[in-house]
Design a protein around this ligand. Structure first.
Ligand code: LIP
Length: 269
C-alpha cells in the first residue's frame, strides 16, 4: 500500500486502520451468544447493544490517546470539540440490527474530516474480511485492490441498494418510493449497512445506492470511498449528500437516478 502523499493524511489513515481493525476483532471474536438490546433510540427498533458502546469506547480511546487535540463525533454519544481542526466521525457498528441478529453485513466506519472536508475514510467489514479505504484525491481500495465503480448501467439494468428508517411514517413513504422504482430497475438490494452499501458501489457490486435518513457517521467514510472510486454522490439535484437524501452512482446513471428519485419524493417523509 503506497503511503499517502500528505503526512497528516498518512497519520490519519494509519490511525483509522488500526482503530477499525482492533474494533473489528473485538466485535467479531467477542460477540456474546446471548447478545441483547442495551438501549433504544428513536423507536423500539432503533437499538444499541453493549458491543456498539464498547466498540466506540475502544475506538475513541485509541484516537484520543494518539491525537488528544482532535474532535470526535460518534453514533453512541462521543462528542468532543477539538482544537486541531481534525474531527473523527465514527460508527462503531454500522448495521447494528444485523450484528444483533448475527447476520454478517455490518461494518466499522471511521472518517477524519478537516475544515468540513473528509480527508480519510475507512470501512471495515470483518465478516467479509474486507477493509475499504480512501484518502482524498488518492483513490479507493478494498484490501489491496483498487476499487472502481461499474460502468454506468442503463437504469433499467441497475442493481440498486437502499435502506429504510426506524419510524413507521418514514418507512411508509420509503416503501412507496421502492414500489414505484422497482419495475424501473434490475432489482433492489437492502443490505442493512449504509457504509457497506456505499463501499459496494465503490467496488462495482452495486450500480447505485440511495437512502433517506442517514446520519453523518453512517456515510462519512463510505461517501469518500465511493467518490474516490469514481462515483458521484449527492442528494436532491444541486444538493450534497446529507441526512435528507444520500445517492451514490457512476456518472451517467447518477443524474438519471437522482432525477427519478426527486420525482418519486425520496427526499421527504
Ligand atoms: C443503519 C444504516 C442503514 C439503515 C439502517 C440503519 P445503524 O445504521 O447503515 O443503511 O438502513 O436503518 O440506520 O443504525 O446500523 O448504524
Amino acid at each position: 500500500m503506497t503511503e499517502p502523499a500528505d503526512p497528516l493524511n498518512a497519520e490519519l489513515l494509519e490511525l483509522a486502520l488500526e482503530a477499525a481493525t482492533r474494533a473489528g476483532a473485538f466485535l467479531r471474536d467477542g460477540r456474546p451468544d446471548d447478545l441483547g438490546v442495551a438501549a433504544t433510540k428513536t423507536s423500539a427498533i432503533d437499538v444499541v447493544t453493549e458491543m456498539d458502546i464498547a466498540a466506540e469506547k475502544l475506538i475513541t480511546g485509541l484516537l484520543t490517546d494518539r491525537r488528544p487535540e482532535d474532535g470526535l463525533l460518534g453514533e453512541e454519544g462521543a462528542s468532543v470539540e477539538g482544537t486541531s481542526g481534525v474531527e473523527w466521525v465514527i460508527d462503531p457498528i454500522d448495521g447494528t440490527v444485523n450484528y444483533l441478529y448475527g447476520l454478517p453485513s455490518w461494518a466499522i466506519s471511521i472518517a477524519a474530516r478537516k475544515d468540513g472536508e473528509t480527508l480519510v475514510g475507512v470501512v471495515h467489514a470483518p465478516m467479509r474480511g474486507e477493509i475499504f479505504r480512501a484518502v482524498r484525491g488518492e483513490g479507493a481500495f478494498v484490501n489491496d485492490r483498487r476499487a472502481r465503480v461499474r460502468p454506468a448501467a442503463d437504469q433499467a439494468l441497475a442493481l440498486v441498494g437502499t435502506g429504510f428508517g426506524y419510524l413507521a411514517e418514514r418507512k411508509l413513504q420509503q416503501a412507496e418510493v421502492v414500489r414505484r422504482l422497482i419495475p424501473e430497475v434490475r432489482d433492489i438490494r437492502r443490505g442493512g449497512s449504509a457504509a457497506i452499501d456505499l463501499c459496494d458501489v465503490a467496488a462495482g457490486r452495486l450500480d447505485a445506492y440511495y437512502e433517506r435518513g442517514l446520519n453523518p457517521w453512517d456515510y462519512a467514510a463510505g461517501d469518500l470511498i465511493a467518490r474516490e472510486a469514481g462515483a458521484l454522490t449527492g442528494g436532491r439535484p444541486g444538493e450534497p449528500l446529507s441526512p435528507a437524501l444520500a445517492i451514490a452512482a457512476p456518472p451517467g446513471l447518477f443524474e438519471r437516478l437522482q432525477t427519478r428519485l426527486d420525482e418519486l419524493g425520496a427526499w421527504h417523509d
